[in-house]
Design a protein around this ligand. Structure first.
Ligand SMILES: Nc1ncnc2c1ncn2[C@@H]1O[C@H](COP(=O)(O)OP(=O)(O)O)[C@@H](O)[C@H]1O
Ligand SMILES: CC(C)(COP(=O)(O)O)[C@@H](O)C(=O)NCCC(=O)O
Ligand SMILES: [K+]
Length: 247
């Protein structure tokens, strides 16, 4: 069975292609037209698709356009995860998962697969940085949304007359002696310190799992134990839209 999984965020569309349950190819494309994106995926995949699963936090119009392009190019309509039918080991007693964003509730499902018995704090560090807590019983405790590291940088570049060149993007948590480095380090420190602070709510007992485009960089800079799990949203899709005989 050949499966194409899609995770459409605000900055990038991430995808992976599984053949008989094993990851065959994967990639990410930054914003482009839906057709162009799907053509690029088709070129990379170079094979047929029996099942497509799609998570999206794009506006409904863009989601629909991506859905239509996938159907045109691969001949299959993507299955959309529905928290009503597949919620795995996470419970949302006072929250409507439909209103959290697919990437958030799916990442929690994925994280719960890694840690089914303890509290877990799930960080998705992309356009936004989302922090969501699930207790040891799998009950969603709530979350926070802040600008992601790059969104913080962009807002500083827009608001002040600062130029941050792509090859200057070396982040660290030390105090900086020039403005550009201070902005970079400030954004990183905001994100990292927030996570360290919020984990204290669980007496530092919770596992902390990180996904999203900035997760690897962020994980390297944390002063608490964290785990880099880049595929959390895809792992959530596996729970929400299971395939018989597979993981
Ligand atoms: N090749 C890349 N293109 C764009 N952003 C990248 C790339 N590599 C890392 N990033 C970082 O990843 C972030 C986007 O992460 P991602 O999880 O894809 O976001 P979203 O889910 O919001 O689309 C960017 O803001 C940037 O800081
Ligand atoms: C918080 C988010 C913007 C994060 O998006 P991302 O950084 O992954 O692009 C997204 O999960 C979202 O739009 N959530 C809210 C969904 C809603 O209000 O229905
Ligand atoms: K995010």
């Amino acid at each position: 069975m050949r499966i194409l999984d899609i995770d459409a965020g605000n900055t990038r569309v991430k995808w992976r292609y599984l053949v008989d349950g094993k990851s065959h190819k994967a990639g990410a494309f930054a914003n482009d037209s839906s057709n162009a994106l799907v053509e690029m995926i088709a070129d990379s995949v170079d094979g047929a698709v029996d099942l497509c699963r799609m998570a999206s936090v794009r506006a409904p119009k863009e989601r629909e356009s991506l859905r239509a392009s996938l159907e045109n190019v691969f001949g299959v309509s993507p299955a959309l995860p529905d928290p009503e039918s597949g919620i795995g080991g996470v419970h949302f007693p006072d929250a409507d998962p439909c209103r959290l964003g697919d990437d958030r509730w799916l990442a929690m499902l994925g994280a719960r697969k890694h840690y089914p018995d303890g509290p877990v704090v799930v960080i998705d560090s992309g356009t936004a940085l989302t922090l969501d807590a699930v207790d040891a019983n799998g009950v969603f405790q709530g979350g926070l949304i802040t600008p992601g590291v790059n969104t913080m940088l962009k807002s500083m570049v827009d608001a002040a007359d600062l130029l941050v060149l792509p090859d200057e993007k070396e982040f660290s948590r030390s105090l900086a002696k020039n403005s550009v480095q201070a902005v970079l380090n400030g954004a990183l420190s905001m994100a990292a310190s927030l996570i360290e602070r919020e984990v204290q709510r669980f007496n530092s007992q919770a596992r902390v799992v990180l996904c999203g485009g900035d997760a690897r960089m962020l994980a390297e800079q944390m002063n608490i134990p964290v785990e880099y799990c880049p595929e959390l949203v895809f792992e959530g899709l596996e729970v929400a839209i299971p395939v018989k005989g597979m993981r």
